[in-house]
Write a protein that binds this ligand. Structure first.
Ligand SMILES: Nc1nc2c(ncn2[C@@H]2O[C@H](COP(=O)(O)OP(=O)(O)O)[C@@H](O)[C@H]2O)c(=O)[nH]1
Ligand SMILES: [Mg+2]
Length: 464
């Protein structure tokens, strides 16, 4: 019986059929029983190779098989990948090889449930192994595969746990403005000037409000389909996908939609469901109303709708790094999609609204991100959506300059009042914006505020 393991991945064996027959070349963990390693090598290679010999050296790229094999004697189950390594000195000019993932029998669902992911990471590792004769390259590819599986497993194990990090993926063609968008959202204006377009397959990761922001592009390649197949694993575990399209580079629209189409295909093929935010980017404030710009935006939206089977999955924003709030609005929308507590927060806001007669309520985090909202109707929504970020900005700037001391600001608009109230939850700060029909309703807010904070503190502490 295998020893108890906290990981669903129990072991990995890489084997090559050499002069001595099937022999293990890499095993993880290192202390994996050598007798088991030998048997796993033999069984995987002989079963998957069958009676065939591979004489035709030219076709060896096509020989790729997966199999799920039981090892009841060891209490293990295996997912094994069989492939050929080019070797001019060998019979048939190729050597048979297998990569085998092991799991304890009781955990074998892990293999089935994660099949597309596991197959992708295994074939990536195999591709690296096929490209080199160096043992060190082989070992690095396998260790990297193990790390990817463990990271994936961790994400799956605690989808909504406190330690869970959301993954927000930013993609789009090179030069579509991903890096600038991310820096803008993070208010790193000073860095904007030094920004250079990223080239080649690129991944960079930053963190914001506890969420992982990943930038991913394939740098102007012409074959997005193939490229996505090998590096599309970055899409796994994505909670929200931002796709940036340069609103001015209409000559690259075709290429952008091609990339997008292939992403959709990968998502569908791997059963990944994520909300998608399409940012029509570089629509700077001075251009926004130009007829040319409007026509381009129209065309872009139409193109994206055409190729997306479920248009409800899409949401469009016009963004520009010269309009900070346009970035925050798009970003906030994406973030608000991904919290498991979004609905609870909305429910709490709705209940509070009933008690204090609020026409609209917004809950913002310290950076001005809208975490949740309640609005009575579309007109109020439209007005607040645009004003809330500005009110927040006014409040914050006055506070920064020590011009105001209170945790509250009140704006009076005819009979309506809009209140911005700072709320403290242990180490977190949030802001509540409330639009009330009359000034006298402020006392209702005061009477209910402590209760509200009490109700939502739990979900706030686990929000992002
Ligand atoms: N006019 C304008 N230019 C932008 C905007 N966002 C990015 N850019 C420029 O577009 C180029 C590519 O931006 P970058 O962020 O490196 O794109 P990435 O390759 O997708 O990461 C840079 O020269 C940016 O200064 C925008 O909103 N408006
Ligand atoms: Mg970049």
């Amino acid at each position: 019986m295998p020893e108890e393991s906290s990981s669903l991945l129990y072991g990995v064996v890489f084997s090559i059929f050499d002069d001595e027959g099937p022999s293990p070349r890499f095993a993880w963990p290192e202390n994996l029983d050598y007798g088991w390693q030998l048997q796993i090598s033999m069984k995987t290679i002989s079963l998957l190779m069958g009676e065939r010999t591979y004489q035709d050296g030219d076709k060896f790229d096509e020989v790729k098989y997966y199999g799920i094999l039981p090892f009841p004697d060891f209490g293990l189950d295996a997912l094994s990948f069989f492939f050929l390594l080019r070797d001019e000195t060998a019979r048939g000019q190729a050597k048979a090889a297998t990569i085998t993932l092991l799991t304890q029998e009781k955990n074998k669902d892990f293999l089935y449930e994660n099949m597309p992911f596991l197959q992708t990471v295994i074939s990536n590792a195999a591709a690296k192994i096929m490209g080199s004769r160096e043992t060190s390259v082989h070992n690095a590819a396998l260790n990297n595969m193990i790390a990817e599986i463990q990271a994936h497993e961790k994400q799956k194990a605690s989808p909504f746990g406190a330690g869970r990090k959301y993954k927000i993926l930013f993609t789009g063609l090179d030069s579509s403005g991903k890096t600038s968008f991310l820096l803008g959202v993070q208010e790193k204006y000073s860095k904007l000037l030094g920004t250079r377009p990223t080239r080649g397959v690129d991944r960079s990761v930053t963190e914001l409000f506890g969420a992982k922001l990943v930038e991913w592009e394939l740098g102007g390649q012409k074959h997005y389909r193939e490229a996505i197949q090998t590096s599309g694993t970055v899409l796994y575990g994505t909670d929200v996908l931002f796709f940036l399209v340069d609103g001015r580079a209409i000559n690259r629209l075709e290429e952008a939609t091609d990339f997008f189409k292939n992403i959709l295909k990968f998502l569908k093929g791997n059963d990944i469901h994520v909300p998608i935010v399409v940012c029509i980017h570089k629509i700077d404030p001075d251009l926004r109303e130009h007829a040319d710009a409007r026509a381009n935006i129209e065309k872009i939206e139409q193109k994206f709708r055409e190729i997306t089977p479920d248009v409800n999955q899409l949401k469009f924003f016009e963004t520009s790094i010269f309009d900070h709030w346009s970035l925050l609005q798009a970003f906030s929308y994406g973030v608000s999609r991904l919290s498991p507590n979004r609905e609870i927060a909305h429910l709490q806001l709705t209940q509070l609204a009933g008690k204090i007669h609020a026409e609209g309520l917004y809950l913002l985090n310290e950076a001005g991100l809208v975490l949740s909202d309640y609005v009575q109707n579309a007109t109020i929504s439209e007005a607040l959506e645009i004003s809330v970020p500005h009110l927040f900005s006014i409040f914050r700037n006055f506070r920064k300059g020590n011009l105001i001391q209170k945790d509250r600001a009140v704006w009076k608009l005819d009979n309506h009042v809009v209140i911005l109230q700072k709320l403290a939850f242990q180490k977190y700060i949030l802001y509540l914006v409330a639009q009330l029909p009359a000034e006298k309703d402020i006392s209702l807010l005061d009477a209910n505020l402590d209760d509200f904070v009490g109700h939502i503190s739990d979900i706030v502490l686990h929000y992002l």
